[in-house]
Write a protein that binds this ligand. Structure first.
Ligand code: TQI
Ligand code: ZN
Ligand code: ZN
Length: 169
């Protein structure tokens, strides 16, 4: 079953659009940007919120970046596997990914040659759930279930994810 953060924080009532931006210090290819766009679309399809990329990083609601190790927010990344990414509850908007992972943005992660390959869209869909206010779910097939193994792709929202997000939006 789905859960929320303590106090059930959410983006303000009436929010129709949230903007997102990529840290200009990261050199992100277009393929990766498309993957994030697809991940946002999965949530906009089941809520009343749409997402739009903006080039003004400082002003964006959601700020996405790849960082290694200690990156200044008190939650250092740990190298290959372990923590892959983290996102904060509404309305913080920080969405950080561990640059040490072997991210796979295109092709079939289940066939990746690297044994620790991690599917970018799978992690993005999960972290966007957190950014919108969902905690973890006890339903194994849910996107918000707190475990994923390397070389796995899980990007389809489960009924449980949809029920949870529709309580908020
Ligand atoms: N990152 C954890 C996660 O997103 C960070 C975290 C732990 C967290 N507890 C939290 C974030 C509570 C918000 C609220 O769950 S992770 C998965 C999953 C991670 C894990 O790198 O371990 C995915 C990132 F759920 F599949 F295991 C993405 Cl998809
Ligand atoms: Zn961080
Ligand atoms: Zn999580």
């Amino acid at each position: 079953h789905y859960s929320f953060f303590d106090g059930q924080p959410r983006w303000p009532e009436g929010t129709q659009e949230l903007t997102y931006a990529f840290d200009p210090d990261n050199a992100l290819d277009d393929v990766s940007k498309t993957v994030f766009g697809n991940a946002f679309s999965r949530w906009s399809e089941v809520t009343t919120i749409s997402f739009r990329e903006t080039s003004s990083y400082a002003a964006a609601d959601i700020r996405i970046g790849f960082y290694g190790g200690d990156h200044g927010d008190g939650e250092p990344f740990d190298g290959v596997l372990g923590t892959l990414a983290h996102a904060f509850s509404p309305t913080n908007g920080r969405f950080h990914l561990d640059s040490a992972e072997d991210w796979v943005a295109s092709g079939d992660v289940t066939k990746a040659s690297l044994s620790n390959a991690v599917d970018l869209e799978s992690v993005a869909v999960h972290e966007i759930g957190h950014l919108l206010g969902l905690g973890h779910s006890s339903v194994e097939d849910a996107i918000m279930y707190p475990t994923i193994t390397a070389r796995t792709r899980k990007v389809e929202l489960n009924e449980d994810d949809i029920l949870g997000i529709q309580v908020l939006y």
